[in-house]
Design a protein around this ligand. Structure first.
Ligand code: AMP
Length: 289
């Protein structure tokens, strides 16, 4: 069953008058794909009811052009959710799809959450204010949802770490859970931005994934110094990389040969579209390659 809410009051009134005890929450910006659905599916493993929000948050975009071009496909999103729910007849899915930003940010909203050191690295170094926009909207949405747990994809690993830290630091009652990154059959990380690429650009975009994999292989078999050398080589040969980094996945600080959990992450431009991807690697245990 799918139930759609266009205003915060509709949702809050419904929540107050319904018996919702153990809700899972999945915040998104819409243009849904299997990556988003995997978060709902994970939530359904733990909660019989889930709320998904579909809201393109203007405050996390660095360019007006990017905000304008962000795909908004609400009817297709709802169809996809309807078809997902055929597999979950005994579950309930609520959709919060505000028709206006005032449904998320109260009138005259004038508060920002400024994340700390984690937001200085990777994407944060190139997108000033982005993670402040993310934290502020996620805080508002978490309060509105009032869920037991919220599910975030490791596609945006840095975002997950920052939100987890915010929730811990501010003692938010919602548990923050990470879920694996979902790729297509070739290895391309699913992203709403992929819709802006043609087939040959998608092929080109795989360069990002292959580069991460080659660094992973060096890291596993030859150690961090060789991986760093290769990283330098890749970056100097292909100027489409915005960054390509190997860091400690725990705190995004510098890593070394004894680091337990690494993240290899990159941002890459194809046809003016900015794509991100990452692989995390626990020493002695490989995943998601
Ligand atoms: P977005 O709509 O891009 O803001 O993403 C909403 C949520 O879906 C975030 O927690 C993302 O990390 C997650 N997500 C997006 N793409 C993927 C993917 N390919 N695999 C797993 N999670 C994803």
């Amino acid at each position: 069953m799918l139930k759609i809410f266009k205003t915060r009051n509709e949702w809050l009134n419904f929540k107050e008058t319904s018996n919702i005890q153990n809700l899972g929450f999945v915040p998104t910006m819409g243009n849904l794909h299997l990556g988003h659905l995997s978060l709902i599916e994970e939530s359904f493993k733990h909660h019989s009811q889930a709320l998904i929000s579909i809201f393109v948050n203007p405050t996390q975009f660095n360019s007006a052009e990017d905000l304008k071009n962000y795909p908004r496909t609400l009817s297709a999103d709802l169809e996809l959710l309807e078809s997902l729910m055929k597999n979950y007849q005994d579950r309930e899915l609520f959709v919060f799809a505000p028709h206006d930003k005032s449904e998320v940010y109260p009138q005259d909203f004038d508060t920002q959450i400024i994340p700390g050191r984690l937001a200085e690295k990777l994407c944060g170094a190139y997108r000033p204010g982005h993670f402040s926009g993310v934290c502020s909207v996620v805080y508002c949405l978490l309060k509105l949802a009032g869920a037991t747990a919220a599910y975030f994809g490791e596609k945006d690993f840095q975002q997950y770490l920052i939100i987890k830290k915010m929730a811990d630091d501010l003692a938010l009652p919602t548990k923050i859970i990470s879920c694996p990154l979902i790729r297509d059959a070739r290895g391309l990380a699913l992203s709403s931005r992929n819709n802006r690429l043609n087939e040959s650009q998608k092929e080109q975009a795989l360069k990002l994934h292959y580069s991460l994999k080659s660094l992973l292989s060096l890291l596993e078999h030859q150690g961090i110094t060789n991986a760093w050398d290769k990283r330098k080589e890749i970056m100097s040969e292909d100027k489409n990389f915005e960054y390509l980094e190997i860091l400690d996945a725990k705190d995004l600080e510098n890593c070394h040969d004894q680091t337990e959990h690494y993240i290899i992450a990159g941002a890459y431009y194809v046809g003016g579209v900015r794509l991100i991807d990452n692989i995390t690697y626990k020493r002695g245990k490989k995943r998601d390659a």
